[in-house]
Ligand binder design. Structure first.
Ligand SMILES: O=C(O)CCC(=O)C(=O)O
Length: 281
């Protein structure tokens, strides 16, 4: 499959006003069939190559958290695999994802903040404690971010689905736990009158769950006999500006390039590729 095809838009990436209003109210949007089964098969083959350290672009991802002998059932987590593999680059930067995210937050354009490839093994995988993504991304001054979580395997109730706390994006920034070594029951204290329900993301492969930068979410272990892989594009509005202060590895990676923003300037440079609008359609 041609990687360019994976980047191309799909006919139903135009959202209705109702879908956009629901995102504002609930903090998430589920979009099914963003990638076809044939596309997912190609993406999964690329994901497994990269997990096995086979990089067709000749460079490694920015960061790897692999399984170890001491922790053989850990979640594999690789950051910025778009730098390592052309198929995963086309997926992470997909116009269909950028177009949907732009509409959800009313952004003039969308840049990739970073991607993340996650492989939660069968009969294992750590709990991912409830957290809000933007709480870790204070280097982005404006909370104009969306996490676009692509299911690479069918997600079932027992395979450690991501669980979203509906409406929690309206609570502001909560304390930030250590997400990958956490405890499923550990949630920030929520106001007594908070009514948000838990929404497990049970979706077929190729579907994408979009959530707001302040939406609380986490996931349990994988109790099933199948892997639960996901590929995540964390994205931001092209209007977002750089605010130094809180440590994030993206700051180091950004400064490896000659072109990067000064404090208060909008993000730019090769670390943060534009996904939407398409520059050369
Ligand atoms: O895949 C998961 O279980 C959680 C992923 C997550 O926290 C995220 O993509 O923001």
């Amino acid at each position: 499959m041609n990687a360019a095809l994976l980047r191309a838009d799909i006919p139903d990436s135009k959202l209705t006003d109702t879908e956009i209003a629901r995102f504002a109210e609930r903090g998430y949007h589920i979009h099914t069939a963003v990638f076809s089964d044939a596309e997912v098969a190609v993406i999964n083959a690329a994901a497994d190559r990269v997990i096995a350290r086979d990089y067709d672009k000749g460079a490694p991802p920015d960061c790897r958290h692999d399984r170890t002998a001491a922790d053989p059932l850990a979640v594999i987590k690789l950051d910025n695999v778009w730098k390592a593999d052309a198929i995963l680059e086309a997926t992470a930067l997909s116009t269909r994802i950028g177009h949907i995210a732009a509409q959800l937050i009313g952004a003039p354009g969308i840049r990739l903040w970073h991607d993340q490839l996650l492989d939660k093994p069968a009969h294992g995988g750590r709990v991912i404690t409830y957290h809000q993504d933007w709480a870790y991304w204070q280097m982005i001054a404006e909370c104009q971010t969306v996490t676009c979580w692509i299911a690479l395997d069918d997600v079932r109730p027992d395979s450690g689905p991501m669980v979203l706390v509906e409406g929690s994006h309206k609570l502001g920034v909560c304390p930030t736990p250590n997400t990958y070594t956490g405890d499923q029951t550990m949630r920030p204290p929520l106001p007594a009158d908070f009514q948000g329900r838990d929404v497990p993301v049970i979706i077929p492969q190729g579907s994408v769950s979009f959530h707001h930068g302040l939406l609380l979410h986490g996931s349990d272990r994988n109790f099933s006999s199948s892997r639960r892989r996901a590929f995540v594009s964390h994205v931001m509005s092209t209007a977002c500006t750089y605010r130094p202060g809180q440590y994030h590895q993206n700051e180091e990676w950004m400064k490896l390039h000659a072109d990067y923003p000064q404090p208060g300037e909008t993000f730019r440079g090769p670390q943060f590729p534009v996904m939407w609008p398409v520059e050369n359609p």
